[in-house]
Write a protein that binds this ligand. Structure first.
Ligand SMILES: [Zn+2]
Length: 338
């Protein structure tokens, strides 16, 4: 009896302590890899990605193809694989898919993938749209540095951080799909296409964290620029909302999480207006990260020099920590509000 009781106690103690130290270690690791996301690297990428050479990245144009190539080259250079086939990072979206678009052209979503070490079939999708609105009649470039150059370079930095973790033997337990969607500005086409032609079954898609415009300060927030608007986190999953809040409190307590636009009655209806909605409507929990509109929104003045790189770094790190927790926590996040 005694002996058995002794074993039982030992087992319980081990279970307790292993979990605790795992958690602590995992937290430190999240911090360690988040610190590789820097304002400087975000800025370097964004000056190229939103530079005049990309000609405003209008879906199907030469400039958009250059943007896609930039993303592909980044993943290739960092040895982050494609989920489709070796060295093929493009999910084609045919011209015929852009139904309400005049003179549509072939385009593509750009995808990269880090396979989970424990639950490879469970996929977390990080997304941002790769396209913008092109050039005006006089040939002025819409740089789209904030929209959505900011979300795009945030994804690159997060991918680099996860890849570094994987190389160190600390890769995510669940898989991460980096999904750069095309045709957002024309009507959320790339994300709609992915949701109808998913590379991994939607049933295995745990969450979509979508980032669109996180590099500026909403004039209404001038008194506290260190904030991010979160939209959708509690719509399908209380668990996701709670995890998101806990992660922010632990790692990014200086950032205010602002839920103004999460209100069902908000007239802007942002929940329905970016790519995450194509996942939400398939009952996949989402969080949309956003910093609001500003005077340069959809103007030729949305340029890289106006981006708040220090804030962009903080916001990107918050999203990374959230993805890290969802990828590494014991249980899969569920759509518990369905
Ligand atoms: Zn956008």
């Amino acid at each position: 009896m005694k002996y058995i009781a002794f074993i039982a106690i030992t087992v319980i103690m081990n279970a307790c302590c292993a979990t605790k130290s795992d958690k602590k270690e995992s937290g430190d690791l999240s911090e360690k890899y988040a610190s590789t996301i820097t304002a400087e690297e975000l800025k370097t990428h964004l000056y190229i990605y939103a530079g005049d050479e990309m000609e405003g990245r209008m879906t199907g144009t030469k400039g958009q193809k250059m943007a896609s190539e930039y993303l592909r080259n980044f993943y290739q250079d960092h040895k982050i694989p494609s989920p489709i086939e070796e060295l093929n990072y493009y999910q084609p979206v045919p011209a015929s898919y852009f139904k309400r678009v005049k003179d549509p052209k072939d385009s593509e979503n750009v995808v990269a993938f880090i396979e989970g070490s424990e639950f490879p079939d469970e996929v977390i999708i990080l997304s941002a749209h790769l396209d913008h609105v092109g050039v005006d009649d006089e040939g002025n470039v819409f740089n789209g540095a904030d929209d959505d150059g900011s979300g795009t370079v945030a994804m690159l930095e997060m991918a680099e951080a996860f890849k570094q973790a994987a190389e160190d033997g600390n890769g995510p337990k669940r898989s991460i799909l980096f999904l750069h969607v095309t045709g957002e500005e024309l009507g959320l086409y790339g994300s709609a296409y992915y949701s109808e032609n998913p590379i991994f079954p939607l049933a295995n898609t745990v969450v979509n964290l979508n980032t669109d415009m996180i590099g500026r300060i909403d004039p209404n927030k001038a008194d506290n620029p260190n904030y991010v608007y979160l939209i959708g986190s509690d719509k399908l999953s209380q668990e996701l909302h709670d995890v998101s809040e806990a992660v922010a409190a632990k790692y990014s307590s200086d950032i205010e999480l602002d839920y103004t636009f999460n209100d069902e009655n908000d007239p802007n209806r942002f929940y329905y207006r970016s790519d995450h909605y194509n996942f939400a409507k398939n009952n996949i929990p989402v969080i949309f990260y956003f910093n609001g509109v500003h005077a340069d929104y959809h103007k030729i003045t949305d340029t890289p020099d106006k981006i708040e790189y220090d804030l962009l770094e903080k916001r990107t790190r918050l999203i990374f920590h959230t993805a890290w927790e969802i990828a590494n926590r014991e249980g899969r996040i569920t759509a518990d509000k369905l």
